[in-house]
Design a protein around this ligand. Structure first.
Ligand code: SF4
Length: 455
């Protein structure tokens, strides 16, 4: 297959011939115009971080198309309110673009909050996010003024997120979401500290935040708040009282952790609860950070027991997976690193690996984990993925909703490691689910018939 790579994209693709050569890759840049990046826009980056706040109202100020980015395609689980499953839009039209959309936004906030008050909605509204999209950035609506006036009128927090899609990369959206969270919790910065952690950068897509919370509680570490998976207005306000932040998705949440460290004195550590190696290392690192022998000891015993429980499952499926070739294209570098380690544990080779928003230090680690000749890509597009997955004869692609059709069109197995997954992939439960899913997908007889049909 002869798919050429754009000249401007070549520096973002690396094929190290020796380990550690991933570091030279160009990353943390805006997408090349016309390259049809797999990345989502700034607004989508902000929405993905804030949407799991279960009792928040999310108003998209823009054309109706932007509002299609809803819970239905970026789902996460809740143990409480379901407000976040609705999506609200000001549905801007041509006349609004010409004459301005501020009045329409004010009317939308008023309508929502007054309807909730009249209907005595449970829970009562406490928090509204207003997302400004591309066209609002162009016409210059003053959404900060509209939100301030709405806060004063209704007595609920109304927080603007100026996330025009064109104003940067998806990472910029993450930062805007973190700024919005700081806007919400900073007034609570001086509350007394309590022993416990905030779990940042997990969105409880399939209940992962619940699993990790239970692990931490079993080893004696309370979870003060989860940000933002299965969180609420009230739980978010408690976050400044925690003594430690642990950060799962560094790409989206390390910036928030850094701000909370600088402005609230809460230190943070990075964790990853994907795969035996990273889950165990993360649990021990969190436990050891408290300098309490009882907690460290419990963490070691817990990890050893759960590893012993899950090892037979890996051993059962490993003979069916050894020697298979995996391609990975995910949002952040930390997840890609954990996935490479998981495939190594299964005796599989990672032949293509890329991320939407990976950082230099993460690509360095990726370069040190993969074999010579593995293709490493930053901010890839479908054509590049197709070319390299075909060339490297990948057996399976691990990605998200945008990558699934690409794999199926190529007659290749696929594993959703993003919002469309239906079972947890984190923690020890996640390891079992992951191994079984990879096995079922790679070894499904359907691929034989698909390839025969295409021949
Ligand atoms: S790029 Fe702009 S128009 Fe498209 S979804 Fe994002 S904010 Fe909306």
């Amino acid at each position: 297959m002869n798919i050429s790579v754009l000249e401007e994209r070549k520096a973002s693709i690396s094929r190290p011939t020796h380990k550690h050569e991933g570091r030279g890759i160009r990353c943390e840049r805006e997408s090349v115009s016309g390259a049809v990046s797999q990345r989502a826009c700034v607004y989508c980056g902000a929405r993905v971080v804030l949407n799991p706040i279960t009792d928040a109202y999310h108003i998209v100020h823009g054309p109706i198309g932007c509002a299609s980015y809803t819970w239905d395609i970026r789902g996460s689980l809740t143990s409480g309110a379901e407000t976040y499953r609705n999506s609200f839009s000001t549905d801007l039209r041509e006349t609004d673009i010409v004459f301005g959309g501020e009045k329409k936004l004010t009317a939308a906030i008023d309508e929502l909050l007054e309807k909730a008050r009249l209907e005595k909605t449970n829970p009562a509204p406490k928090l509204v996010f207003v997302f400004a999209t591309c066209i609002v950035g162009v016409i210059g609506d003053d959404i900060e003024a509209v939100c301030r006036a709405a806060e004063a009128k209704h007595g609920v927090r109304v927080i603007p997120v100026k996330a025009s899609g064109f104003s940067g990369t998806k990472s910029q959206g993450y930062r805007l979401a973190c700024d919005a969270i700081m806007n919400l919790i900073r007034p609570q910065a001086n509350q007394p500290k309590r022993f416990g952690v905030n779990f940042l950068g997990d969105y409880n897509l399939a209940g992962e935040a619940w699993i990790i919370r239970s692990y931490l509680e079993q080893i004696g570490i309370p979870v003060v708040s989860t940000i933002t998976g299965d969180s609420s207005y009230e739980t978010m306000l408690k976050a400044p009282s925690a003594t430690l932040n642990i950060v799962q998705c560094a790409g989206s949440s390390e910036y928030l952790a850094k701000r909370m460290e600088a402005e609230m004195g809460i230190p943070y550590i990075r964790v990853s609860f994907f795969g035996i190696e990273d889950t165990t290392a993360s649990l021990l690192r969190v436990a050891d950070s408290f300098n309490r022998q009882d907690i460290s000891e419990k963490a070691r015993q817990f990890a050893a027991k759960r590893t012993a429980d899950v090892t037979p499952v890996i051993e059962k499926y490993k003979p069916h997976l050894e020697g298979k070739r995996a391609a990975i294209f995910v949002g952040g570098g930390f997840k890609a690193i954990s996935l490479i380690r998981q495939f190594n544990e299964l005796g599989m080779e990672t032949v293509v690996v890329g991320t939407q928003t990976g950082r230099k230090d993460e690509y360095e680690i990726i370069g040190s984990l993969v074999d010579s000749g593995t293709v490493i890509l930053d901010d890839a597009n479908p054509a590049e993925l197709e070319r390299f997955m075909t060339e490297k004869q990948a057996d399976i692609l691990v990605g998200g909703v945008k990558e699934r059709p690409l794999a199926y069109k190529l007659g290749m197995a696929f594993c959703d490691h993003n919002h469309e997954r239906k079972h947890p992939l984190a923690g020890f439960e996640g390891i079992e689910n992951f191994v079984m899913e990879i096995h079922k997908s790679i070894n499904s007889p359907v691929w034989k018939y698909v390839r025969e049909g295409a021949a």
